[in-house]
Design a protein around this ligand. Sequence first.
Ligand code: FE2
Length: 233
Amino acid sequence: MAAIQKLYEVCKVSLSEKGPSSPETIENVRDVLDMITPSDVGLESEAQAVRVWRRPRALNRKTVFPSSPAIRYRHIYECKSFSIGIFCIPASSIIPLHNHPGMTVISKLLYGKVHVKSYDWIDIDDSRNLSKVRPAKVVRDGEISAPCGAMVLGNIHAMKAITPCAILDILSPPYSSEDGRHCSYFRRLPKSDPSGILLDRTRESEFVWLEEYQPSDNFVIRRDLYTGPTLNF
Ligand SMILES: [Fe+2]
């Protein structure tokens, strides 16, 4: 059985419309995702190219990147319970901080090197009307290089590609506007604690305040064709 088919099968039995039913089911998906390689999803030549990739030496970014290549999303599968797809991110490109409301995200870096920043919301009493600005704690802030295992990222995350890279994402349940799960973008507020309410229980360095915003028009994700083995479902 093709590895991607195996991944689909384990997702089918482990993930429901409400997401993973337990930490064990996440582990089951993660174990299979761990084994996925670029050649299992039609990205062998891209992964090979990265092995010999060198950062262009540039005096001026504009002369080297007359037009930056776009971030591309290779859609593989989606049902009510989960989605599987791959983001191919050119070097230096950024996926801004975004959320996955009520969703679990299991990711695997297939090739390349990426800096990941991820956060989880801190639950607070919302009576102070902080809905536009919310505190979040840092889950991960560091570089990841392939080959590496699958990981469960924080619910809000941003990526910056250090080399060209590809990340396979499983979302459960997937984004769905009609079910109130849509993607919002956030930015960090420079002020660490506008209300002071968290200073007593958390060290300031462990959390940030995030504010919803609209990313610039330069940020676009283009759909791309998945070229790996066909799924049977
Ligand atoms: Fe994401």
